[in-house]
Design a protein around this ligand. Structure first.
Ligand code: NAD
Ligand code: UGA
Length: 464
């Protein structure tokens, strides 16, 4: 079947960029991205394209080119479902915060709502594509709902997990390592081929991988678990480096040159963040436990335990180094986003480090080039560990990094933004309390230069 009309439910970090690329590469397809969030859709439709709700290098240009031509953003979910031949489900699948599986399992309520809505609206056959990251065998549940609540039309389910990373979403989508499409190969060949055909407009055929549904669903969780595991592994070594005089950057280089290990994802840090690594591993742990595979579950859970330890360790080192008290001291945070080149702060290590230091009665001064005050406060409120009044008293968000660092007792680097390297560190030093401490949670600064300027500088995984 030649697809000419697509709907994507969920205009978030995945739905927005993926659909913008499909619209750009397939001018013959009308792509409508829908969301319940009125504010978000309004921002996608903002006349000034720099106001789109997601900051990703290159994204606003793409949207400017395709929007109004064959890319549309709307809150009319039913109309978009009705008109589409193929429907991508790209809604959020957060960790459950209640009931059975609380704190572990993926909350599939938004997925089920989408399935029920598609079933009730569809008056002709539809291909339903799982774009969200889902527990293995979710397609079975979606199919059940569609077949039992629909209007007698045929639904074919495909799994097409997304592997883009934030900050590089556009490049990742334009030049993916692979596109993965899962389907039940007997009944769904035609549906599968029609999705392959869409990607083939810009992705070389040999990079479009087709598998059965369950392999595709489980591959996504596995990919994130392996990536996060590498970060936790190098972070575990960083602590040992600090004790032994080895340098974790040298360690990464040394092991990364082994072609069987490879150099990527070996950067020691204050801990991984982002909306997915922790959520997806906990989900994997929950699935393994539900099959009684306790050793498998424990193995993967350790990745998250190590990450929590790394974040706590970073915060407690700050307190210990500042003579065991940060009470009333100004600590400047450079960076709040979970990585550079994004305004996303979900599960950012900065949040936990800040929470820890607020408990120690520090005053936190935050500067991030892409994160606004409201988001910082919201992130702390979400933790539910103190009132908004206390949060506002404990944190000040600055628009100028030099102001954030002025009179600070210490600076903590939480995100690896490139601009931090180019700052006038001498000027920052002159305006700080002495001794002037820098805790580089991303190993972005030149240790020798910092020490020569007078800073007491500590990095992750080395003793300088
Ligand atoms: P997001 O929270 O940014 O966006 C999800 C959107 O879905 C929200 O705007 C929400 O309002 C909307 N939504 C929820 N239920 C809806 C409904 N019934 N009808 C219409 N809209 C609805 O989430 P995201 O970061 O884009 O992630 C989406 C999925 O993709 C998740 O499963 C995630 O694990 C996966 N994923 C995310 C990334 C990433 O980099 N963020 C990468 C790969 C995969
Ligand atoms: C990650 C995966 O890389 C994507 O393939 C996947 O699609 C996505 O999750 C998802 O499913 O949501 P993302 O979370 O956007 O992408 O960003 P990453 O580049 O993977 O970084 C995750 C976290 O690990 C960040 O906090 C980053 O700073 C940290 N990290 C990464 C390190 O500390 N060290 C490294 O060497 C690499």
């Amino acid at each position: 079947m030649k697809i000419t009309s697509i709907c994507c439910i969920g205009a978030g970090y995945v739905g927005g960029p993926t659909m913008a690329i499909i619209a750009q590469k397939c001018p013959h397809i009308k792509v409508t991205v829908v969301d319940l969030n009125v504010e978000r859709i309004a921002a996608w439709n903002d006349k000034d394209v720099t106001n789109i709700p997601i900051y990703e290098p290159g994204l606003s240009d793409l949207v400017a080119e395709a929007r109004g031509r064959n890319l549309f953003f709307s809150t009319d979910v039913e109309k978009a479902i009705d008109e589409a031949q193929m429907i991508f489900i790209s809604v959020n699948t957060p960790t459950k915060t209640y009931g059975l599986g609380k704190g572990m399992a993926a909350d599939l309520k938004y997925i089920e709502l989408c399935a029920r809505q598609i079933a009730s609206v569809a008056k002709d056959n539809k291909i339903v594509v799982e774009k969200s990251t889902l527990p293995v065998r979710t397609a079975e549940a979606i199919k059940n709902i569609l077949d039992n609540t629909g209007n007698g039309v045929q639904f074919q389910i495909l799994s097409n997990p997304e592997f883009l990373a934030e900050g590089t979403a556009v490049q990742d989508l334009l030049f993916p390592d692979r596109v993965l499409i899962g389907g039940n190969l007997e009944g769904e060949r035609e549906a599968l081929d029609s999705l392959v055909e869409i990607y083939a407009n810009w992705v070389p055929k040999e990079r479009i991988l087709t598998t059965n549904l369950w392999s595709s669903e489980l591959s996504k969780l596995t990919a994130n678990a392996f990536l996060a595991q590498r970060v936790s592994s190098i972070n575990a070594m960083s602590e040992l480096c600090e004790k032994t005089g080895a340098d974790v950057n040298e360690l990464s280089r040394a092991i990364g040159m082994d072609s069987r290990i490879g150099p990527k994802f070996l950067k020691a840090s204050v801990g991984f963040g982002g909306s997915c690594f922790q959520k997806d591993i906990l989900n994997l742990v929950y699935i393994a436990k539900s099959y009684g595979l306790n050793e498998v579950a424990d193995y993967w859970e350790q990745v998250v335990i190590m990450n929590d330890h790394q974040k706590r360790r970073f915060a407690s080192t700050i307190v210990q180094t500042l003579y065991n008290t940060v009470s009333g001291k100004k600590i400047a945070f450079l960076g709040w986003a979970f990585k550079k080149d994004t305004n996303d702060t979900r599960e950012s290590a900065a949040i936990n480090v800040c929470d820890y230091l607020l408990h120690e009665q520090a005053h936190i001064a935050v500067y991030d080039p892409q994160v606004k005050e409201k988001k910082v406060f919201n992130d702390l409120q979400y933790l539910d560990s103190r009132s908004l009044e206390e949060i506002e008293k404990g944190i000040t968000v600055f628009e100028d990094p030099y102001e954030a660092c002025k009179d600070a007792h210490a600076i903590a680097i939480l995100t690896e933004w490139d601009e931090f390297k180019a700052y006038d560190w001498e000027k920052i030093y002159d305006n700080m309390q002495k001794p002037a401490f820098v805790f580089d949670g991303r190993n972005v600064l030149d240790a020798k230069k910092m020490v020569s300027l007078g800073f007491v500088y500590s990095a992750i995984g080395s003793t300088n």
